[in-house]
Structures are given as C-alpha cells and as structure tokens.
Design a protein around this ligand. Sequence first.
Ligand SMILES: NC(=O)c1ccc[n+]([C@@H]2O[C@H](COP(=O)([O-])OP(=O)(O)OC[C@H]3O[C@@H](n4cnc5c(N)ncnc54)[C@H](OP(=O)(O)O)[C@@H]3O)[C@@H](O)[C@H]2O)c1
Length: 216
Amino acid sequence: MRIGILGAGGMADALGTQWARAGHEVMISGRDLAKATAQAAKMTAQAAQAVVRAGTWVEAAEFGDVVMVGVRDHGIVDVLQAAGAAMRGKPVIDVTAEGPGKHDFRRPLAHLISDLTGGHVVKAFNLCHVDVWRMTPPVFDGRPLAVPLCGDDPAAMEAVRTLVADLGCTPVNGGGFDRAALLEATATFMIGLWFAGADAQAVLPPLALSGDHQPG
Ligand SMILES: NC(=O)c1ccc[n+]([C@@H]2O[C@H](COP(=O)([O-])OP(=O)(O)OC[C@H]3O[C@@H](n4cnc5c(N)ncnc54)[C@H](OP(=O)(O)O)[C@@H]3O)[C@@H](O)[C@H]2O)c1
C-alpha cells in the first residue's frame, strides 16, 4: 500500500523503514523538506530495494492510501490544519503518546486527529518506545509483541492489522474508536511507570488469571 507519514523523526524512521522493507511505498514529511529528504535517503539505504520519498505535509497526506500521524503533540494542530483535508475518509494511524503531566484526559489526541482530518482513525503503536519498532521482529520471551488497535472502520482496521503483521507483531482488537482514549491513557500510565524505573510489563497477570469471563 502507499503510506504517507506526517513526520520525519524517530517513529517515521522506525516504522517507515520496516514498511518499506515489507514492500510498501512510503513518503515521509516534515517542517524542513531538505531534512526530510536526507532522512528519506537514509531510510532508502536501509530498506533493501525500496525507495522512500519525502514531501510536504500535504504531499504525504495526499500520497497515502493510509496516513500515519507521527509528529510531536504540540505540532499536531498546525500540521493537520495544513494537511488534514487530504486525509478525509482515509485510514489514519494515530501513534501519538504523551507522558504524565502532558496528557489532557478531556481532549484525547485521537479525537483531535479525528476532528481535524475526518479520517478513519486507528490508534496503534503508541504503547512502545521507538526502539521496539526498530526490532526485526519485536519478540520478548519467545512471544511476538501484541499490538492493540482501536478504531471503527473495518477497512482501516484491516489495513493497520496488515501493517502490524508486517513488523512480525500480532494485531489485537482493542475495540472501537470509543476505546482509543483508553489506549492513549494506558500509554501515559505506562510511561509514568517506566520513567519511575518500574517494570511495567510485570503489572499484568497471565490470561488464565484474568478472571472468569467470556472473551470479546
Ligand atoms: N519516540 C517514541 O519512543 C515514541 C513511541 C510511541 C509514540 N510516539 C509518538 O510518535 C510521535 C512522533 O514521535 P517521534 O519519536 O518520531 O518524535 P521526533 O523524533 O521528535 O519527530 C517528530 C516529528 O514531529 C515534527 N515536529 C516537532 N515539533 C513540531 C511542530 N511544532 N510543528 C510541526 N512538526 C513538528 C518533527 O519535525 P522536525 O524534524 O522538523 O523537528 C518531526 O518530523 C509523537 O506523537 C510521539 O508521542 C513516540
């Protein structure tokens, strides 16, 4: 698929390089086109046969069958006011994550992105540090990393499931878009634990001890 990425930073590099290697066409974008072009050249060098392009915010939004929002939270409004119209009706991947103290529970970034684009937003890839997304594949204790997705549109969810599987990860249905704010808050909570030096992975029990309930 054609993937437009708003951003030319760490997440654009990590995920965009993996998706280019998997055979997708990728265009990244940033405030400084020369900087984004240099970053795209670096990604191309690491992506085997694929060529990673660079463009403006609008060009990347228009390019993508799927568009990933990979800019810092304080830049989202400006970037989407410039490029959001080109994302109307498209699958939009929201990878944004904020630490405690920055996250506004009254205004989840997923909702802001939905409002500013009119796209089919799927929240995903927000729970792990960028270095995890560079792993080929991310496997811990013999288990592929599970990646929860929250979104409403079946086609958008299917596209993101494919992109999760392309990393060697396992997509997990996290529910509809109404749960995106919970997934966002979960990242904020986990980041708080990690910043405090806690082993956040150890806080949850195995499935067998998750209680007596019907799955789904
Ligand atoms: N890093 C992680 O471990 C991680 C993990 C999960 C999710 N995320 C989320 O993924 C998103 C991208 O993170 P990242 O690590 O890729 O960040 P990054 O390396 O700092 O790059 C972010 C991109 O945002 C752009 N940007 C920053 N401030 C901007 C502004 N005021 N206006 C317009 N654009 C601006 C940067 O442009 P320039 O290149 O011009 O500076 C860059 O292209 C963030 O929302 C972050 O919360 C990050």
